[in-house]
Each structure stands twice: as C-alpha cells, then as structure tokens.
Design a protein around this ligand. Sequence first.
Ligand code: SAM
Length: 274
Amino acid sequence: MTAKSRLGQNFLHDANAIQRIVTALGDCSTRTVVEIGPGKGAITRVLAGHARHVLAIELDAELAARLRSELSPERVSIVNLDVLRFDFAAAAAQTGERLIVVGNLPYYITSPILLKLAASHTALDHAVLMVQREVADRVAAAPGSRDYGFLSVATQLYGFVEPLFTLPPGAFSPPPEVHSTVLRWRFAPRFTALGVDQAQFLAFLRKAFAQKRKTLANNLRAAGVPSAQVAELLSAVGIDEKARSEALPVESLADLWKQIAALSNGSLSNQIST
Ligand code: SAM
C-alpha cells in the first residue's frame, strides 16, 4: 500500500522514538488513550500493551480496515473518521474520565487539530503529539520571541506545553521534508485565573494578533477601537503604544481586554468579540 501524501502519511519506524512517545504518556494502564491517525499501527501496537483501551481515529478507510483485522478489539477500537469530527466530550463521558491523547499528527491539519483539542480541553487530561518542528517552536514559544503568536497563546491558555525531543526526517517512511518534534500538553485552562471569558478573549486575541508586523495599537484600530481611545486604553494597563502583541505576556493582554470591557460599558468588547 503506497503512502498517501495528501493525508500526511509519513510512518514512524524508529522503535526508540515510539517507546519514548508511549513512555511520555505516563502510566495509562487504567486509562483510555485516543490515538489520532494510527496509520499502520506503529505506536498503536506498543500502546495496546500499556493502556486499558485505545481508541484509534483513522481517516483512511484502507488503513482502518487493515488495523481492525490485525488488532484485538478488546484492546483497540478503530474508528474510521476525520478526527476533526470526533466527539472527545462524548468519548470522555462514555469512559467516565478525562482522556489521554497521542498522535503522530498528519501535518496538513496540525493547527486545526490543536485548536480542536483546545476546544475539547474539558474532556482531556494530557496529550503527547508529534508535530513539525517549526510548529512546536511556535506552540511552545515565549512572549517576545520570534515564534510567538496566536497559536502560542491559543494553546498555552489551555495548559502547559513542553517540547520533549526532535526527530530527523529519516525516522519516517517516506521521510517528510521537515524535522519533527514531540511535545506534551497538560490541559489546565487559565481563563478563570485571568478573569476573562474564554470565547470573547480568544476572539479578541485573534484580532490583537491579526497582523503580525503591526503594533497592537494598529491592530486595535483595525478591530474597531476608536483611535481616540487606543492610547488611553493602553496606558491604563501600562502597555507601550508601540508594543506589538507578540511582545506581551498573556496577563497584559487579559488586563487590556478587561479594560476595554470596563471602559466602553461592554459595547466595544461585544463588537470586538463577535
Ligand atoms: N501513527 C502512524 C505512525 O506514527 O506511523 C501514522 C502517522 S501519519 C504522520 C498520520 C496519520 O493520520 C495517517 O495514518 C493518516 O492517514 C491519518 N490522517 C490523516 N488525516 C486524518 C484525519 N483528518 N483524521 C484522522 N486521521 C487522519
């Protein structure tokens, strides 16, 4: 069976890396682990010996059928589905506990998968994910660094992200054109501690980070904040008028968001967050 590049099929064949991925999940002997894109089952087979149950979500019908014929249904359930349509909340409700997630992700939909996991965070405990190295750099970046942006803040708001190790293209067959990094994401949302509404704050952040090369002040104007109010808002929370969102810790952006809501009595914040 030839690999389908349009489905991001780069199969991992480095036994040591597979073992390190499964070890990074921690003790899952009493837990259900959801695997995104099991492919030919390189990770799935090792995982089946460690987890109470594996729920493997594979879009490719041919691969799903092959895995189903090879693996015991008592240990591994194969679901032939686009992971973006998988209902993590329902699966967690069925198992009665938060899920652990693992996956050597299909790189063509890495960001949508990360955002889907973020949106499903109440159903999840932690995830160990292989992503393109450049994406891992963005996800784990600190404010002020070149890689920091919306993807960094949108993932870090949902918990702690920790890069674990990087693999060269040769660890996969066929080899991708990029290096790959495994990262662990422990879900622990920060919205309550920051005092912001999740959906509204994320909508605000999308606009604050909309144009990377522009200052935050310019992004605020583009989002509809009247020019006359921009300087006042920024100075009220101690943000330099020339600052870019990429330089600011999320706490400062949360303060700014709360200030916007307070100053305009809600009307401006409603406009920005819709
Ligand atoms: N886990 C295997 C491994 O490590 O060798 C395969 C990893 S390969 C990088 C990505 C896998 O995700 C492929 O098997 C591909 O068919 C599957 N896939 C692609 N798009 C998907 C989607 N939207 N939902 C679920 N699986 C998908």
